[in-house]
Design a protein around this ligand. Structure first.
Ligand code: TXA
Ligand code: MG
Length: 315
């Protein structure tokens, strides 16, 4: 069973040996290994049971490190990093050839991100290599936002979990890339479209769920609990189910029923985002047949919340 603690020196030792450590970030916990070591990357795919066509994000301590791994740095990428790093934003760059193909699934781009969590930033600063880290969940399941979530699912398979508390953002990073120098969002996440556009102007969006993804993070059923999730008008939907066989996942409304999780009693999208994956995990453990839920407003972090709900329901 994995040890859980906040010992950065020990985490470093494990990583230097080529082993994996689960690390906290502001978005979700990552399953981290040496990004420049194909054997460590192979372990990540193996532990997650992740198909090798789904590339890993590489975590760096600051923007200064980007030029080591990226061949070109678009001006807009620089502007975004300056404004939002450390933070919930992954940027796709043309990669230098020594970045292992296994990490990028053979693509000629690499996703780089500087995470905003004090423990993991300190760890990145003392390591001689960047960290490849996908979310620390088995492939296809909901991402973990606490060290306990990681322990429940991967505890048997990894030596150490660096415990940095509950992730404050709660949703994975937003992914931005460039096509012919035009910025494109490939995945909605913890940094809103509005904030990105406030810095670089109009951005294309290709972050739609599809069963034939261009970026594998666009796979439809990618964040799914095991219970069936149905999205719609909760008040109407619940009439069709026996009351003790369903759980309600609401944005703000209290139905005063036994199995319910209110994402944000005060109606904040940030708070709802922070609680979403914990809510799905907790409801998934109840003795019920399905989870009834509703979309939130399609603005700010609402876009990412709705995207994850759609994927959770897509099974
Ligand atoms: O917030 C996050 O991004 C978390 C934390 C740990 O940093 N990480 C995360 O990783 O969500 P993961 O592996 O669950 O999702 C990574 C996704 C891939 O599925 C893929 O869609 C996209 O990032 N990606 C990574 N590198 C890419 C590349 N070179 N081209 C296109 N998409 C890429
Ligand atoms: Mg993931």
């Amino acid at each position: 069973m994995a040890m859980i603690g906040s010992d950065i020196d020990f985490a470093k030792e494990v990583l230097l040996k080529g082993d994996l450590v689960a690390v906290p970030t502001e978005t979700v916990y990552g399953l981290a290994g040496n990004a420049l070591d194909p054997a460590a990357a192979a372990k990540i795919f193996q532990v997650k049971e992740r198909p090798s066509f789904d590339p890993l994000i590489v975590h760096v301590p600051s923007f200064d490190h980007v030029s080591k791994y990226a061949d070109e740095i678009p001006k807009q990428a620089h502007l975004l990093a300056e404004k939002f790093w450390p933070g919930p934003l992954t940027i796709l760059f043309k990669k230098k050839s020594f970045v292992p193909d296994l990490v990028t699934s053979g693509l000629d781009t690499v996703g780089l991100r500087c995470p905003d969590h004090p423990l993991t930033r300190r760890l990145l600063e003392v390591l001689p290599f960047p960290l490849a880290a996908p979310s620390a969940n088995p492939f296809g399941y909901v991402s973990p936002t606490t060290a306990q979530h990681v322990a429940e699912q991967l505890g048997e398979k990894i030596p150490y979990i660096l415990d940095g508390g509950a992730c404050p953002v709660g949703l994975e990073s937003t992914i931005v890339g460039f096509e012919n120098e035009r910025p494109v969002i490939y995945r909605f996440g913890g940094l809103s479209l509005e904030k990105i556009e406030s810095v670089i102007g109009k951005v294309d969006v290709q972050a739609f769920s599809t069963s034939n993804p261009k970026a594998p993070g666009q796979l439809k059923s990618h964040y799914a609990p095991r219970k069936k999730v149905i999205i719609g008008d909760i008040a109407a939907l619940r009439q069709s189910y026996p009351i003790d066989r369903v759980a309600l996942l609401t944005f703000q409304k209290n139905y005063n029923t036994k199995f319910q999780y209110i994402l944000s009693p005060e109606g904040s999208l940030e708070q709802a985002a922070q609680h979403l994956f914990t809510a799905l995990r907790e409801l998934d453990k109840l003795p019920i047949d399905c989870i009834l839920t509703e979309f939130v407003a399609d603005v700010g972090l609402g876009r990412a919340i709705n995207d994850r709900l759609r994927r959770a329901a897509a099974n």
